[in-house]
Design a protein around this ligand. Structure first.
Ligand code: OGA
Ligand code: NI
Length: 368
């Protein structure tokens, strides 16, 4: 145990030194490191599935891809089919990809270019945005949970709250300002459409989830995963479930996202033009487990170029909001009693953030 003590003492100063550089993981790569610092080592990393996938799980393949018909379903049957597919995916995987989602493919590429441009600009300019003050409208940092998680991730991120109060242009860095505004507006429209289909999938009125303010807040995280010299020793993002009602994730051609189902890691493949959608913890809570918030992670980047992604979380996060959420009345009964106590989004998000990505579910804290 003595060694753990010494290691943890060193660790805090190493974390601090890394944070003080204000240039994140990208800074380490630019400095030409060939070995990753110890703070990024994941001691018990099991990168592959412990055993070959049993045959009954082989048939699951991976998360489904659902055609949203450009968000205009010309006949009721097509819409009903999409609702059925979403219902099945949300209940079994909590994850699916959407195509024909109505957001222009050109905008998706521009958004990813904007993320790359921000992270690849001069460190001197970028440093001005580096902060751990989460009340800031826009902030850039490496590992939001750097000092609380057991191991750091090979990832830098910039974060911005886009709704309910959209930022003023001057709140955003010039280099990606316009595309952040345009993309987030499109994500809000897509999100509202998805909440309609999800409400129908629950047998509720199409406006039910929207009327509960599930689409009110939008937090946008733009991740940058530089190439990693020792990708097998670390992760891009540790195992976690999302702190949201719903997450709209813009993926990269470089794969690496995996979802954990029945104890096995499934790769999320690159589907050209697709957007990944996943159910967050808050939707699992209010649906009383009808929809599930699946745990997922991102592997260390083995490619020679950086992987980028944009995760848009439908949540008001830590913003003050008195509204209380518990399992939806229509979805519980005597045989299916509420599994979670009521909470506010702020209470839930504060618990999630304080805990950090430690491989356990933040929802457990709210179980009855
Ligand atoms: C997240 C997340 C996955 C990715 O931000 O919560 O899971 O591919 N991101 O970056
Ligand atoms: Ni996630």
């Amino acid at each position: 145990m003595e060694t753990t003590k010494i290691a943890s003492f060193d660790r805090v100063s190493e974390l601090k030194a890394f944070d003080d550089t204000k240039t994140g993981v990208k800074g380490l790569v630019d400095a030409g490191v060939s070995k990753i610092p110890r703070i990024f080592h994941h001691p018990s990393l099991k990168l592959s599935n412990p055993k070959p996938l049993p045959s009954d799980l082989l048939r699951l393949k991976t998360i489904p891809t659902i055609d949203l018909g450009g968000r205009v379903f010309e006949d009721v049957v097509k819409r009903k089919n999409a609702v059925e597919e979403i219902k099945e995916a949300a209940a079994k995987w909590g994850f699916f990809q959407v195509i024909n989602h109505g957001v222009s493919l050109d905008l998706l590429e521009k958004m990813k270019d904007g993320v790359r441009d921000f992270h690849e600009q001069s460190p001197e300019v970028k440093k001005n945005f580096y902060s751990r003050d989460f009340s800031r409208r826009f902030l850039y940092q490496s590992n939001f949970d750097l000092f609380s998680s057991p191991a750091a991730n090979w990832r830098d991120t910039f974060a911005c709250t886009m709704a309910p109060n959209p930022p003023e242009p001057h709140d955003l860095p010039e280099i990606c300002r316009d595309v952040l505004m345009e993309y987030s507006q499109q994500v809000m429209i897509l999100g509202e459409f998805l909440f309609e289909l999800l409400s129908e999938a629950l047998g509720l009125n199409p406006n039910h989830l929207k009327d509960m303010d599930c689409s009110k807040g939008l937090l946008m995280l733009s991740h940058y995963y530089p190439p990693c010299p020792e990708p097998d020793l670390t992760l891009g993002t540790s195992q976690h479930a999302d702190n949201s009602f719903l997450t709209v994730l813009l993926p990269d051609q470089i794969e690496g996202l995996q979802v954990l189902r029945e104890g096995y890691w499934f790769d999320v493949p690159h589907v050209p033009g697709a957007i990944v959608i996943n159910i967050g913890d808050l939707l699992q809570l209010i649906t009383n487990d009808k929809f599930i918030s699946l745990e997922h992670r991102v592997l260390g980047n083995k490619a020679t170029r950086a992987r980028v992604s944009v995760a848009c979380f439908f949540t008001t996060g830590v913003l003050p909001d008195p509204r209380v959420y518990g399992p939806i009345r229509e979805l519980v009964s005597e045989e299916n009693p509420p599994k979670y106590r009521e909470t506010t989004i702020r209470e839930y998000a504060t618990h999630f953030n304080t805990k950090g990505l430690d491989g356990t579910s933040a929802l457990l804290h709210f179980k009855i």
